[in-house]
Design a protein around this ligand. Sequence first.
Ligand code: ATP
Ligand code: MG
Length: 400
Amino acid sequence: MKEIIMVKYGEIALKGINKKTFEDMLQSNIKRRLKKIGQFGYERMQSTIYIEPCDENADADAAVEALKKVFGIGAIQKCRVFPKDIETVKANLGDCLKDAFQGSDVKTFKVEAKRADKTFPLTSPEIQQQLGDAVLDAFPNLGVDVHNPDVTVRLEIRDNGAYLSAKRITGAGGMPVGSSGKALLMLSGGIDSPAAGYMMAKRGLIVDCIHYISPPYTSDRALAKVRKLCEEMTDYCGDIMFYCVPFTEIQEAIRDHCPEEYFTVIMRRLMVKIANRVCKKDGYGAIITGESLAQVASQTLYALGCTNAAAEYPVFRPLIGMDKIEITDIARRIGTFETSILPYEDCCTVFSPKHPRTKPHLDDVLKAEAVWDFDSMIEKAVEGTSVTRYKYGEETVFIE
Ligand code: ATP
Ligand code: MG
């Protein structure tokens, strides 16, 4: 019996006249992800995409694993396709449903029938009745619960067959990547920024990354770690452009010419100013950071105010109200945590002051910054920026 995958929309299902644009985007994102696995056929109907493996390599389980990380999907269901004959379905029920009924927590079920093909001789209630009885015969320990079942068995009678499914996997939710435009994530090697990128990709943004390095104070290994994070993020974000900015001269100038207590806040403002340039040059609509209120001195309300004043684009801080445990949970779930905790230095820790101002005033920061011509340094840093493209599913080598 042929096995296919049904993908149900998440939020897209609620869209109005522009729904088709979102559906097209979701389908092309899915196609791009599954291309690596094998050949699949696609059909779309009633807020569902039907995905059918078309060659031997097209492994349905591998496809489901990849689909779990595609934003815009509400639920994923594998189903078996039968001829439109209720006796054949009943005869194969036990075998098809044993996975879904496995486990001691499964005690009840219900059957839901949908008849898209109205020429089918049985009505939906009749199908439900007959299948319900057949399930009880095959699994005598189960009971029926139509209100709150542990498992819902679904049979859809469609033009080209009867589709039986039971296990529903929750999708990644959100909106298809690309449907909200594109933004630039300030990616460090830490735990927070990859989680921030994941959250904004979930809202439909293409997330590209900008990273600042200060060799020789920061090492090749530290950069390799950030590149690895970028590669890991492609699982959810799709392809990522990675901008690597030489930041050493700027940091040395801050060290040599600015008061130590303002080092960090000035450094962050200059990072943002460089991000502004890249946004303008390459068409990004926002900057994303992994900042969380009160986490460190540079993330107090006052410091964030000073950093924000340097931005010419909206700054999205999806982690602003989260604590470290919540952020860490996300990082673990999306698979970036283990890389993030590798102990390499970030340029933020270079020349970091012993006593940073936790309540800097913008006027004072601007005065401290004005003593040096940072604008021309920013220009030079942008010119020296290298760009790499990380493609979904392609491994890059991480040298430890
Ligand atoms: P993270 O876990 O993201 O590193 P953190 O707790 O270490 O966060 P900070 O080092 O203060 O916090 O950085 C705050 C934010 O500034 C980061 O989330 C990231 O968005 C940005 N950032 C810090 N260092 C860099 C860097 N070298 N390149 C690009 N962005 C950076
Ligand atoms: Mg950091």
